[in-house]
Design a protein around this ligand. Sequence first.
Ligand code: NAP
Length: 245
Amino acid sequence: MSNRLKNKITVITGSGRGIGRGTAEKFIQEGAQVIIAEFDETTGQKTADELGENAHFIQVDVSQESSVKAMFSQMKEQFGRVDILINNAGILMDSTLAKMEVDQFQRVIDVNLKGVYLCTRFASEMMKESGSGVVLNASSVVAHYGNFGQTNYVATKTGVIGMTKVWARELAKDGIRVNAVAPGFIQTEMTANMPEKIITMMGEKVPLKRWGHTSDIANAYCFLASDEASYINGHVLNVDGGVVV
Ligand code: NAP
């Protein structure tokens, strides 16, 4: 533990599992207090219990304004401030354009795009009060090159990059930096259901010839959240083994 994030009050959405959980572990190792902001109560509480006394579970549905508002009110009461927000929660509901239902399109927009807007809206109000903060958004490499069957998902991950750039401009005067991370192929539950053949084929496409680990993304978030990145604002960091080269 090097304490790069000592006492930083950090909220990570969707951190019950996957990249979010890996990031929570890393941030706790670096001295942060982490709010496991998770939709599923059982997963969220279990993760918080396993990560120890510096992990705190708050139930949230990032797509619902009232739920996000309640989470930040609870954080204000419990911790008094928020230093770092990681907008990590995200879902996939893939199908080709011809088969994509409106509800399917809308649900992914609600979680992956509206959820990022809502959390940043409430977090940035609290950050403004303390005159500093860091917002990190989960995009994806597919925002750069599109992907078959992902009209809804790609729209959100491209939109996240756009919002990152807007907020980097709007919030800088309040001491708030905003950046995005675009992960490549990372082994999590989100990708676990793919056929073995596809998993192997995708790994072969990566110049580094492997899938990424959650720790690869956690390390990037940690750097961007730390003071070592104090002059980085409005950037999209690809963490993808070179897929987007
Ligand atoms: P994951 O394993 O599916 O985890 C996503 C998390 O988000 C889950 O804990 C899930 O909770 C939570 N979540 C979903 N809807 C929510 C809501 N409405 N409110 C609050 N939490 C909600 O995904 P991952 O692979 O770790 O991905 C994390 C982020 O990185 C996502 O934004 C994803 O798009 C992005 N990303 C991933 C990859 C990859 O290869 N894995 C690549 C590029 C980008 P429940 O368990 O309750 O559903």
